[in-house]
Write a protein that binds this ligand. Structure first.
Ligand code: AMP
Length: 199
């Protein structure tokens, strides 16, 4: 079973690369951000607890995220494994994951700091020019806060993954297919699996 996690700053292509891996290798793509956004759209009880935090670009408290992840992983709905996109983002979350799951690799999508800032600035400018954005957390303050949270709480996890010999560093400041080719090579994934026909 393949159990991968993908980490990287906003705009590093986590969602895109997770989807590509899952499509070719028949894994389940688990995006914690998507699960939260689904809750927001459906006005669930969970949404009432996290909407403000998310819209401000802050990280949702660990115990809430860990509960969401626990429930999601309990579904065991994969054939070959899963790709966790956007989890863990803090030390507590990483420890939580290590306790219950034997992970294979942590894929780190690396892009230069100045490019991260440039992309954030572009999104801010676009948002201001259009007067609306797709995501409530794409406003200037939230974008900056998300970046701050990333550098303060998520970046330090790289050391942890490195010490566990599970970190795969990928230069993600390149064309999408090139990044993907490197990930496949780094993970030793070989040729795409044929998907089992739907029952
Ligand atoms: P994302 O789409 O991955 O950027 O996530 C959107 C938002 O959901 C983040 O800015 C956080 O508010 C929340 N979120 C997603 N994953 C986590 C996590 N692992 N820990 C805390 N908050 C999270």
């Amino acid at each position: 079973m393949d159990k991968f996690i993908l980490i990287g700053p906003q705009g590093s292509g986590k969602g895109t690369q997770s989807q590509m891996i899952c499509q070719d290798f028949d894994c389940v793509h688990i995006s914690i951000g998507d699960i939260f956004r689904w809750n927001l759209a459906n006005h669930t009880k969970l949404a009432a607890r996290v909407t403000r935090i998310m819209n401000e670009g802050r990280l949702v408290p660990d115990e809430i995220v860990e509960e969401v992840v626990r429930k999601r992983l309990e579904e065991h709905d994969w054939n070959y494994g899963f790709v966790l996109d956007g989890f863990p983002r803090t030390r507590s979350q990483a420890e939580y994951l290590f306790e219950g799951w034997n992970l294979d690799r942590a894929i780190y999508l690396e892009i230069p700091d100045e490019v991260v800032y440039e992309r954030v600035a572009t999104r801010v400018a676009q948002g201001q020019a259009q007067g609306f954005t797709k995501r409530a957390d794409d406003n200037p303050e939230a974008l900056k806060m998300r970046l701050k949270e990333y550098y303060e709480k998520t970046m330090p996890l790289l050391d942890l993954f490195e010490r566990k010999n599970m970190l795969l560093r990928i230069n993600a400041y390149r064309a999408i297919p090139d990044v993907y080719a490197d990930i496949r090579k780094g993970l030793g994934l070989g040729e795409p699996r044929k998907k089992a026909p739907a029952a």
